[in-house]
Design a protein around this ligand. Structure first.
Ligand code: EPZ
Length: 416
C-alpha cells in the first residue's frame, strides 16, 4: 500500500544522518545544463523529485549515472529543448530548467509546471523577469515557448521575494552578456549553495547570502564536483518528531547555522538542544507555548516548510499556539487530518489557532502534500494507538526513507 503504519506513544532514542537538501539539489541539477561536460554532485538525496529532475535532464540528452551517493551528469549530448509533459507537470521545480535551458539552448517549450494543494504557484514573475533579459515568450493555454534571441543582463527590482524566481534569474544570468542585479533576492541557504556551485564552476556572483545579488555574465563554465549541504527542513522534521514524542535523539549533519529561527522556537517550547559541529542533540518534549504567534517568513525567518510540523508539535505541547502563514495561500491542508486525530485547530484566513490540551489518538489519515504528510507521521509517533498515513508518495517526494530514518530514532514505524 502507498502508506506508513506507526505504533504511537513511545519516546524516541537514537541517531540518524540528515540527507542532502532537496531544495538545493534541484536548482544545482538544473545548473549542470550550463556546463558542457560531466559534473559530479555528491550527497544528492534519493527522492522522487530528484528522480523526476534527472528524467527531465535525460529527456534533453544528458547522460546520468549514480555511484553510491554521487550523481554524474554529462550534458555534452544535449539536443532537445522540448521536455516530456509527464515529468514537467508533475513537479514545480521543472520551472528551474527554464533559465538554464535558455542560456544553453536559446529556446525552451514546456507545459506550465505543476502547482499543488498549497497554492496556485503561478510563474508570472518568472516570465516577466526573463522578458527583461531579452527572452521572447509565447504563452499558450497549456504550454509556453520561450526564445532567448540574445540573453542579456538586466536590473530586476522584484515585487516580492521568490526563491524560484531568484534561482531562475541566476541561471539565466550567469552566462548572459553584461551585468544582472536581483533585488530583493531570496537568501535561503539553497540559493547560497546554488551560487557556491556556480562560482566554483567559474561564475561571477557577488552579494551571496544578501538580498542583492550581482551577476557578471561569463563566456563559459567548467565541470565541477560539488557536495550538496544537508537538508534543514528534513532536520527540522526529525527535531519535531522528538518534540512531539519525547526522548533523546542526535541528528547527524543537521545544519544548525541555517536553522536558528527554528531552533529558537524549539527551545522556547521547552525542548533542550545542543548544537555540535557535526549535528544537533535534541532532548525532551515541547511542553510550553511560544507566547506569541508563529509567523512564517522568507529566510532567515521561520520557514513555511516547517509550519505544518510545528502545528502538530503545538497540538502536543499542552499549551497550543497560533500560526500565521504568510508565504502560501493554502498551506493548512493538514488541519482536517489532525482534527481526525482529536486535535482542536481553528483556521481563519491565514491564521490557525491550535489547542494543546487535547489527547490525540491514532487513526487512518491522508497526506495531501509533502510537508503536511510528514507532519501527520510526526503526530502519529506521539498519538496513542496505531495509525496509518496514506498517500506516502507525497512524503517520498522530499524524504529519502522516512520510515528508515525514524526507525533509527527508535520509532515503531513500517511501510504499509
Ligand atoms: C520554493 O518554492 C521551495 N521549493 C518550497 O519548498 C518553499 O516552500 C518555497 O520556496 C518558499 O521557501 C523548491 O525550492 C523546489 P516562491 P517556490 O517562489 O520557489 C508566489 C517544499 O516543501 N509566486 O518563493 O515555488 C508563490 O505562489 C517546497 O520543499 C508568484 O506569485 O516558492 C508563493 O506564494 C514547498 N509568482 C510565493 O510567491 C511567481 O512567479 C513564494 O513562492 C513565483 C512565485
Amino acid at each position: 500500500m502507498d502508506a506508513v503504519r506507526i505504533y504511537g506513544g513511545n519516546c524516541l532514542s537514537g541517531q540518524t544522518k540528515v540527507q542532502g537538501s532537496k531544495n538545493a539539489s534541484l536548482p544545482i541539477l538544473a545548473a549542470t545544463l550550463l556546463i558542457d561536460g560531466t559534473c559530479e554532485i555528491a550527497n544528492c538525496p534519493d527522492i522522487s523529485d530528484v528522480y523526476h529532475m534527472l528524467r527531465l535532464l535525460q529527456s534533453l540528452g544528458c547522460v546520468v549515472n549514480r555511484k553510491a551517493d554521487v550523481l554524474y551528469i554529462d550534458t555534452k549530448g544535449i539536443a532537445e529543448c522540448d521536455m516530456p509533459a509527464d515529468s514537467v507537470g508533475v513537479m514545480r521545480s521543472s520551472i528551474m530548467l527554464l533559465g538554464a535551458l535558455l542560456a544553453r539552448m536559446g529556446e525552451v517549450s514546456m507545459e506550465y509546471p505543476g502547482g499543488c494543494v498549497i497554492g496556485k504557484r503561478p510563474i508570472d514573475q518568472h516570465l516577466q523577469a526573463l522578458r527583461r533579459m531579452g527572452v521572447e515568450i509565447a504563452e499558450g493555454p497549456e504550454e509556453f515557448c520561450a526564445r532567448a534571441v540574445r540573453l542579456h543582463g538586466a536590473v530586476h527590482e522584484l515585487p516580492f521575494v521568490s526563491v524560484g524566481v531568484t534561482e531562475n534569474l541566476i541561471l539565466a544570468a550567469v552566462l548572459s552578456e553584461g551585468e544582472t542585479i536581483i533585488h530583493p533576492a531570496a537568501r535561503e541557504p539553497e540559493i547560497q549553495a546554488l551560487c557556491e556551485f556556480l562560482i566554483s564552476a567559474g561564475g561571477k556572483i557577488s552579494g551571496v547570502g544578501t538580498d542583492r545579488l550581482v551577476i557578471e555574465g561569463v563566456k563559459k563554465l567548467h565541470p565541477v564536483r560539488f557536495l550538496v549541504p544537508a537538508d534543514r527542513i528534513v532536520a527540522g522534521t526529525y527535531l519535531t518528531a522528538c518534540m512531539c514524542a519525547g526522548g533523546r535523539v542526535f541528528l547527524e549533519d543537521a545544519p544548525c547555522s541555517q536553522m536558528e529561527s527554528v531552533l529558537v522556537c524549539a527551545e522556547k517550547m521547552g525542548t533542550r538542544l545542543t548544537r555540535t559541529t557535526d549535528g544537533l542533540l535534541v532532548e525532551g518534549r515541547a511542553c510550553r507555548g511560544l507566547g506569541k504567534a508563529l509567523v512564517t517568513e522568507v529566510y532567515p525567518g521561520f520557514p513555511t516548510d516547517l509550519q505544518s510540523l510545528f502545528m502538530a508539535t503545538m497540538a502536543f505541547s499542552g499549551q497550543g499556539g497560533q500560526i500565521e502563514e504568510t508565504v502560501f495561500e493554502n498551506r493548512f491542508r493538514v488541519v482536517p487530518e489532525l482534527v481526525k486525530m482529536g486535535a482542536d485547530i481553528r483556521v481563519e484566513g491565514n491564521r490557525a489557532s491550535i489547542r494543546g490540551d487535547r489527547p490525540l489518538h491514532n487513526t487512518i489519515v491522508e497526506a495531501q502534500e509533502l510537508r503536511g504528510g510528514a507532519a501527520l507521521v510526526v503526530a502519529a509517533l506521539a498519538a496513542e494507538g496505531t495509525g496509518i498515513v496514506t498517500n506516502r508518495h507525497f512524503i517520498d517526494r522530499g524524504y529519502e526513507d522516512i520510515t528508515r530514518s525514524l526507525r533509527e530514532l527508535g520509532a515503531e514505524i513500517e511501510l504499509a
